[in-house]
Design a protein around this ligand. Structure first.
Ligand code: GDP
Ligand code: IMO
Ligand code: MG
Length: 418
């Protein structure tokens, strides 16, 4: 099992981190391949809750090498805040490696994210305001600054002249260019001197972690080691395949895992899609099965559906199997993990959308609830028949096996479906 991909099958926050943490027990490397600190990945182990934004979710295991891949956009202040918090809680982050090709986020990206959102008025995307879109836009227009540029020394053909001096000069140049863009949009110019000073210090700190992660990962594959590719965001937030323009600016789908890690598709042999037993979305955009009634409120309340990054209330609704079938195709999913089944414990009836009608409205199958606490269930036999029926329906409709069922936030709160 050399390479496993974990990808969100809905609109994010499906419980990817919990499943990644679980699977990381059997992997040597855990690699983030896209997105940035717009992600909020929660892992719960022994009553300890870890909220990760940039550090890969495998970091809690001493045997795992966590890697920030080339497809990620890295906010250095957040990265070090996260590392410091983890270290203060006894988690060793010294193994963390950052790709020399990963692009850096700067304060002007955040300023532009806010200005672009403000200019959209009612058509706001509802971004996390972390500067993700503007950072990827700079990457695409070949104006980005990559992590490799902090490496000191005389440099080489691939990395230009290299060294902290040229990094600082490039930060200054880009800061001045972006200040012109910010003021043209009605914003306040940023203090470029302060940014150059602060990011040079951060540059020195990140430099020892920056490596050619593509080489690192391929050498690991050559040694027969296994790699877990950690998706952030999700299939329907994908820049190409999501509900554009209400999407993020990267490719969370499994193809993006190859691009964002430098591992070719031939190596991928297990592609795990993560879906909640219901559906949530944070930010604007279409949501066919949204429940704007008391059941939607109940999902928010019982499922604690508030964003880890922005604290925003998530929109909630019923499981949409039309979307899931599409997610299977878009990602070549080999299996599904169905999380947060326990959130439905008190529901007398559970709706599942199996198709859309001619007008595109969801058509629901209504399943009787189980009205039993399943949080202690660890085997299929521990689950009530009505809960098993929901899992069986999902697998049959989507035509890939459900292999993991989540029954609570903790690492061990799972049923391995056989
Ligand atoms: P991610 O972005 O996909 O990694 O998901 P988040 O961490 O943003 O949100 C998922 C939330 O659900 C977190 O608070 C998890 O601790 C929690 N969670 C994950 N799996 C389960 C589950 O099976 N049951 C319950 N009740 N909570 C879960
Ligand atoms: P994880 O990895 C849920 C959403 C934002 C917004 C849109 C674009 O925790 O599942 P961006 O800041 O990326 O430009 O915002 O994408 N979004 C997420 N929603 N989970 C996430 O990450 C998200 N990351 C971005 O709310 O609608
Ligand atoms: Mg999340």
């Amino acid at each position: 099992m050399p390479v496993t991909v974990v990808v969100g099958a809905q609109w994010g926050d499906e419980g990817k981190a919990k499943v990644i943490d679980l699977l990381a027990a059997d992997h040597a490397y855990v690699v983030r391949y896209q997105g940035g600190h717009n992600a909020g990945h929660t892992v719960v182990v022994d009553d300890q809750r870890y909220a990760l934004q940039l550090v890969p979710s495998g970091v809690l295991y001493p045997h795992v090498v966590p890697v920030i891949g080339n497809g990620v956009v890295v906010d250095l202040p957040t990265l070090f805040q996260e590392i410091d918090t983890l270290q203060s809680r006894g988690i060793d982050c010294s193994r963390l490696r950052v790709s020399d090709r990963a692009h850096l986020i700067f304060p002007w990206h955040q300023a532009l994210d806010a200005l672009h959102e403000a200019s959209r008025g009612d058509e706001r995307i509802g971004t996390t305001l972390k500067g993700i879109g503007p950072a990827y836009a700079d990457k695409a227009r070949r104006d980005g600054i990559r992590a490799g540029e902090v490496r000191s020394g005389s440099g080489d053909a691939e990395h230009g002249s290299g060294g902290m001096e040229s990094f600082a000069a490039e930060v200054r140049r880009q800061g001045e260019i972006h200040n012109r863009e910010i003021t043209a949009l009605g914003g306040t110019a940023l203090d470029v001197d302060e940014i150059v000073e602060r990011f040079t210090a951060l540059g020195w700190r990140v430099a020892p972690m920056v490596v050619d992660t593509v080489e690192l990962l391929h050498d690991a594959l050559d040694r027969g080691e296994s790699i877990l590719l950690e998706g952030a965001q999700a299939t329907f937030l994908d820049l190409d395949h999501g509900t554009y323009p209400y999407v993020t600016s990267s490719n969370p789908t499994a193809g993006g895992a190859c691009v964002g890690s430098g591992i070719g598709p031939r190596h991928l042999d297990r592609i795990v899609g993560i879906t909640k037993a219901y559906c949530t979305r944070v930010g604007g955009g279409p949501f066919p099965t949204e429940a704007l009634d008391e059941w939607g409120d109940k999902l928010v309340e019982i499922g604690h559906e508030y964003g880890t990054v922005t604290g925003r209330r998530r929109r909630t609704g019923w499981l949409d199997l039309v979307m899931l079938r599409k997610a299977v195709r878009l990602n070549s999913l080999t299996e599904l993990a169905l999380t947060k089944l326990d959130v439905l414990d008190t529901f007398p009836e559970i709706l599942v959308c199996t198709e859309y009608d001619a007008e595109g409205r969801p058509v629901y199958e209504r399943l009787p609830g189980w009205q039993t606490d399943i949080s202690a269930a660890r085997t299929v036999d521990d689950l009530p028949a009505n809960a098993r029926a929901l899992v069986t329906l999902v697998a049959a409709e989507v035509r890939v096996p459900v292999t993991i069922v989540g029954t609570g936030p903790a690492r061990d709160a799972v049923v391995a479906w056989t």
